[in-house]
Design a binder for this molecule. Structure first.
Ligand code: DGY
Length: 319
């Protein structure tokens, strides 16, 4: 029996590629460079499935040109904003993602960003690293305390709930906005807000955990920043598209926000060069899910979906 042919446009973990090669004929981009839209289109004519990351964009234009052989896009990501889902559905191409398995790793990065932003990690690191640390006094490098503060979470899906669980360990009071209210077991005492505006009013710290969709693009704009308590801290480990970056800079410059922790940017890779001059922005290069354990789990989840699909079953994470 001929084996399905898969294309891996990025170099996934060794364990993932080993398992994939045992069961499929694999074309692997060992060099791991980004593919152009034309390269994606050309490769799609040669394969039955593609295992992309969020870095490969399947826009309506690309989808219209995909080859007829391609049957499934098994994403190695939970976010699918790089895929035009309705265009793919119209072409009859199945799409899956990798929920659950990266929730803890991403929540860890959100915690790192929240603490680092609140306690001025960028500035402190720079002072020690460059030998510029010459004084100490009780008023030196005073930050914002996390313990006991109110944490607002927008998007109480798997990652939002994993972050809430970790934040409870810091004695934070959890508030959240979600399209639907969670059941009490999932809520774990968190306070539900049926409007983003009322959530913002109580968010000393605000963390974004919702997907990027046309509805959530620019979710945090100038008007919404103005509703936060003075000196609030924002954390974004979801997608750059959720934040109006010019409005964020204005809110930081005016002191409305005291700091920001960002793992996601409107432009990736690269980020926003205008942020570099602001030491109260603690930044990471989209590494929320970047642990060895989680990378293997993401790869295996994508392969589980492919195995089910090519067996003729419904993949667990079919969108
Ligand atoms: C995801 O899975 O969506 C993460 O952002 C990494 O791609």
């Amino acid at each position: 029996m001929t084996r399905p042919v898969l294309w891996f446009p990025r170099r996934l973990s060794d364990a993932t590629l080993e398992r994939a090669q045992a069961n499929y004929d694999c074309i692997i981009n060992w060099e791991d460079g980004l593919s152009t839209p034309d390269e994606i289109v050309a490769m799609s004519a040669r394969v039955d499935g593609i295992v992309p990351c969020h870095s490969e964009v399947f826009s309506a234009d690309v989808v219209a040109r995909l080859g007829p052989r391609l049957r499934i896009i098994a994403n190695h990501s939970v976010g699918v904003d790089h895929c035009d889902l309705s265009a793919l559905a119209a072409r009859g191409i199945a799409v899956t993602n990798t929920p659950d398995v990266l929730s803890d790793a991403t929540a860890e990065i959100a915690m790192l960003l929240m603490l680092g932003a609140a306690r001025r990690a960028v500035e402190g690191d720079r002072l020690v690293r460059t030998g510029a640390w010459q004084v100490w006094s009780p008023s030196f490098m005073v930050g914002k305390q996390v313990t006991g503060a109110r944490l607002g979470i927008i998007g109480m899906g798997r990652v939002g709930r994993a972050f809430a669980e970790k934040a409870r360990g810091f004695g934070m009071e959890i508030h959240y906005y979600n399209r639907t209210r969670l059941n009490p077991e999932q809520e774990q005492g968190a306070t539900f807000h049926d409007a983003i505006e009322s959530l913002l009013a109580v968010s000393d710290f605000l963390s974004l955990h919702c997907p990027a969709t046309p509805e959530t693009t620019g979710l945090m704009n100038a008007e919404r920043f103005s509703l936060l308590p003075d000196g609030a801290v924002i954390v974004n480990t979801a997608r750059g598209a959720l934040v109006d970056e010019a409005a964020l800079l204005a809110a930081l410059s005016s002191g409305k926000l005291s700091a920001a922790g960002l793992d996601c940017f409107q432009t990736e890779p690269g980020g926003n060069p205008a942020f570099a001059a602001h030491e109260n922005i603690f930044m990471l290069p989209h590494i929320g899910s970047a642990t060895g354990q989680t990378r293997d789990a993401m790869g295996f989840r994508a392969l589980d979906n492919l195995d089910a699909f090519f067996r003729g079953d419904r993949p667990g994470d079919l969108l």
